[in-house]
Design a protein around this ligand. Sequence first.
Ligand code: ADP
Ligand code: MG
Length: 831
Amino acid sequence: SKLTRREEEEAIRRSNALEQDGIGSLRKVSRQEYLKKREQKKLEELRDDIEDEQYLFDGVKLTEAEYRELRYKKEIYEIVKKRSEEDDDTNEYRMPEAYDEEGGVNQEKRFAVAMQRYRDQGAADKMNPFAEQEAWEEHQIGKATMKYGSKNKKQISDDYQFVFEDQIDFIKASVMGGENIDNEEATELLEKSMAKSALEKLQEDRKSLPIYPYRDQLLQAIEDHQILVIVGETGSGKTTQIPQYLHEAGYTKRGKIGCTQPRRVAAMSVAARVSQEMGVKLGHEVGYSIRFEDCTSEKTVLKYMTDGMLLREFLGEPDLESYSVVMVDEAHERTLSTDILFGLVKDIARFRPDLKLLISSATLDAEKFSDYFDSAPIFKFPGRRYPVETHYTKAPEADYLDAAIVTVLQIHVTQELGDILVFFTGQEEIETAEEIIKHRIRGLGTKIAELIICPIYANLPTELQAKIFEATPEGARKVVLATNIAETSLTIDGIKYVIDPGFCKMKSYNPRTGMESLLIAPVSKASANQRAGRAGRTGPGKCFRLYTAYNYYNDMEDNTIPEIQRTNLANVVLSLKSLGIHDLINFDFMDPPPSEALLKALELLFALSALNKLGELTKVGRRMAEFPLDPMLSKAIVASDNYKCSDEMISIAAMLSIGNSIFYRPKDKQVHADNARMNFHTGNVGDHIALLKVYNSWKETNYSTQWCYENYIQVRSMKRARDIRDQLEGLLERVEIELTSNESDLEPIKKAITSGFFPHSARLQKNGSYRTVKHPQTVHIHPSSGLAQILPRWVIYHELVLTTKEYMRQVTELKPEWLVEIAPHYYQLKD
Ligand code: ADP
Ligand code: MG
């Protein structure tokens, strides 16, 4: 029988309400369809044997999976009902080593750390080095007790907390077995989640995302406004859903939809996910574009890309004509490229009224984006977040890598199943951690549940990246070892525990000296809170911070400083200049960089002959801008034309672009690995030439994988280097530089390198350290360098890395007269 109009309205209303509950949605089906399905289900029931009586729901028999799903939904519902507003609990958490035999705190250790801190602070007049911290800790504990009352009461509140970032009326009438829903509807609801094709399942998943109920409102807002700021909790569906909504609404008929990501891995991974959801092949309708890798085609309408790539697209298409929508995603990350994009897209929006501009962000300081974009409206939608208990260490941890590993194992052994996410600063740490964890587990044998280790970082091969999204098998636990990428860019479902050592790798730049260095720095409070939030996406979770509550409240910055204020701007200045933007001082920056840094960038570009005295782009500069590389490296390539060694130079540039993932050193074969590696350094040719030798030797073996194994070289990195090299070769042609090779003589190659890197020269000191020439600073050769034992009098380096000392990485010997020959305007001979 047909529904009356009122009944139908009622059904739709309920269905909407249900979706808002995140509990599921009702689909309208015809009566016939419904009866057919019910018939089918009855038949299945008959066929099944009737053992699983416990999986009954209102008289309908369920499979175990369906039962679980329902149970889960029911639990959520219970939690929703009992949600409480408390979210800020500060629990003390101690590392196992800090305990003594009786279970007390190891005061000796604590004392040592505190003393160190005390000395570092030079607070010699304080009587008790613990006093300040202790008093504070007491205070916090007092506060916590006051807030929660008795221990018992706290226990209860922990069990049922459901905290929403924003308020949404999630409370909805009963769904499971309640009065408001009859059997037929319930059956329908169940049938919906019954066996479906993978694609249908994905479509269902899409509807359960927090953004889904706001789909139409959002589309309307985009229709009504040219620029819109969108704010929603991480994992709510901004990145994967909004471009699809726009596609469904017809925006792709007028042009592409571009969505920028600050990170390569995110662009790739999200594009892969969206292509799955749309049931298309990656690279067809949905594609991605990252530096040195373009996975798009004529057909592509949804294009995910790094912010840096969109920046480069301005060079070829200054008004972004082929786009109908540009979404600057993860705007809160405030990367250098994102900040520059802000200025550029704001500008083109003025003369392209048909272009829609979306600025999306995971954090709440959207006001600032809105202000910048001429008071653009803010579209905020609520996310879901379960309570996350925060635990701090009692005393600072000296070695966070080890502390993190111990914590992983401790959780694994003592806490109920649920996946773990650990934040490290980079690939090297992640690899080390992976090795150590594997090693320690081996000792435990089958006494513990299976622990699946999934690393994720930018250089990880794509096939392995997908592994972090695979569901954890029953009875096992997954531990994801991630860089900052998992902070907001990627959402991994099922994380219950987060371990936050509190550090990340950060670029820092001294505008006075023009020196840039990578260092490991404490994260900001905002980052720490994002990290903790990852534990509460699919259920209540716990976050273990490997620092003290005192550190958190007193030592950490509120927000991360935007990259534009702590980086070398030469690259950006070169790009802007080649876009015809000359007046950089008056460029519409959201947060202007220090003028000193701008000046330094201009100076460097002038020294590299990319700009003339008037600050205009020269022919060299125009050529340099074509290469998606750091200006110094671009300059080395452009200069290699003069030294007739462009063939070698692009190989070196490609190898340098790979980073530090070329050689590997298995723990049990370090000596072999080091010997193999030193082979390429025969004659103390320096690290740049050694990289060239690696590349050429591999090429001679016809790119043999076997050869890579024998030489402890990562074959994937080499393949990537080959790809990059191919592209650089294409770019050489574009800037009309002939491919020339000079096999017999290394000096021209070193001179070409010097032409780009002369500002990075250093001179040996009596004590074996080095002093940089232009702006004197003490530095050291990185132990991984082939010249670490040789210590040439003069060297040129690729980059500085600050760990325990300021290290130069990738070093080549230099003749000082080259500096005067190549950069007379920069260096003058004194004696
Ligand atoms: P946001 O951009 O708001 O942080 P996303 O659109 O990136 O959210 O993610 C929405 C949801 O899609 C995530 O919660 C996750 O469940 C799922 N998801 C995203 N990327 C992937 C992927 N590569 N594999 C599997 N699931 C994914
Ligand atoms: Mg996102």
